[in-house]
Design a protein around this ligand. Structure first.
Ligand SMILES: [Zn+2]
Length: 300
């Protein structure tokens, strides 16, 4: 049976100028952290793949993905965030039936420019914030500037997608520690904030079995981005068992090569096949693959 109605809540796009020379582009833009992630290191495959908007739409069509939510990246410089937000605004304007997009901001020491950028991005049609990782710039979630950004997102009703690293995962260049207790503290401080914790919240999803964590986090959602790189496929059923299906959003992390041994380029088939083989009840699978994102993000 052909797939229908899939929403991918975690997709990144970089224009051709970036894909042509990622390391050079990162150096020119003053983005060494991202440069480190996309530059080949001895003994390690680069997992970044590349796709422009036309390639993305073709791959979505081929796999039955109805809509993709474009997420920005946790750029170090405000100017790079503005640049990326403008690119996403153009994508959404051109393909409103297929694409939605989140804005990215860098709060740094002063939240002023980030707050102004959020208002500008909303006027451009963007619908949330992310993927953010305040720690990558040396910040903390509860620092004054980032807290102001999160409080504004809560006021705007904007969901915020946070990159979360599982503290038990392997070390690699560019890996950023994202203390889970800070996420719990943020959710407690701002109960109206609609957090989407990427990559299963780095395992935080299972900490919801802790009664305090559940009480604080029960309004948060989790996405499944990059699951094949990080977890056993059993995590889909285990995640649903831990918190129910309603707060789990399918995300691929396309065009990341989440099956790095496969030689071909970015695509959605393999990861969707993994979800479909995970043994979820039909209603749960449909919720994870699209229904939850539609409800959570107010998508058509
Ligand atoms: Zn991430």
């Amino acid at each position: 049976m052909p797939r229908t109605g899939v929403v991918d809540a975690h997709v990144h796009l970089y224009p051709a100028e970036v894909a042509a020379d990622p390391a050079g582009w990162a150096a020119r833009m003053g983005e060494p952290l991202w440069g480190e992630l996309v530059t080949p290191q001895p003994g390690r495959r680069v997992q970044q793949g590349w796709a422009d908007v036309d390639r993305l739409l073709r791959d979505m069509d081929a796999a039955g993905v109805e809509r993709a939510v474009l997420l920005g990246w946790y750029w170090q410089r405000h100017e790079t965030c503005v640049w990326h937000n403008d690119i996403y605004a153009a994508c959404v304007r051109a393909h409103p039936d297929r694409l939605s997009a989140f804005a990215t901001v860098q709060a740094g020491a002063d939240a002023g420019p980030a707050l102004a950028e959020m208002a500008r991005a909303r006027d451009l049609g963007l619908i949330g914030l992310g993927e953010l990782c305040p720690w990558s710039g040396g910040g903390t979630l509860l620092g004054e500037a980032w807290l102001a950004v999160f409080a504004r997102a809560a006021e705007m009703g904007w969901p915020v997608n946070l990159h979360v690293t599982d503290p038990a995962s392997r070390m690699f260049p560019g890996r950023v520690a994202t203390p889970l207790e800070e996420i719990v503290a943020l959710a407690e401080r701002l109960p109206d904030l609609r957090l989407i914790l990427a990559h299963w919240g780095g395992g935080l999803v299972f900490h919801e079995l802790n009664t305090h964590a559940w009480r604080v986090l029960k309004h948060c959602a989790y996405d499944t981005a990059a699951t094949p790189l990080l977890y056993e496929p059993a995590i889909y059923a285990a995640g649903v068992r831990a918190i129910g299906a309603e707060r789990i959003l399918f995300g691929s992390d396309y065009p990341l090569k989440v099956f790095p041994k496969a030689e071909d380029g970015p695509e959605f088939h393999r990861v969707l096949a993994q979800v479909e083989a995970a043994g979820l009840a039909d209603a749960d699978r449909a919720a994870v693959l699209g229904g939850n994102a539609r409800r959570w993000l107010g998508l058509p």
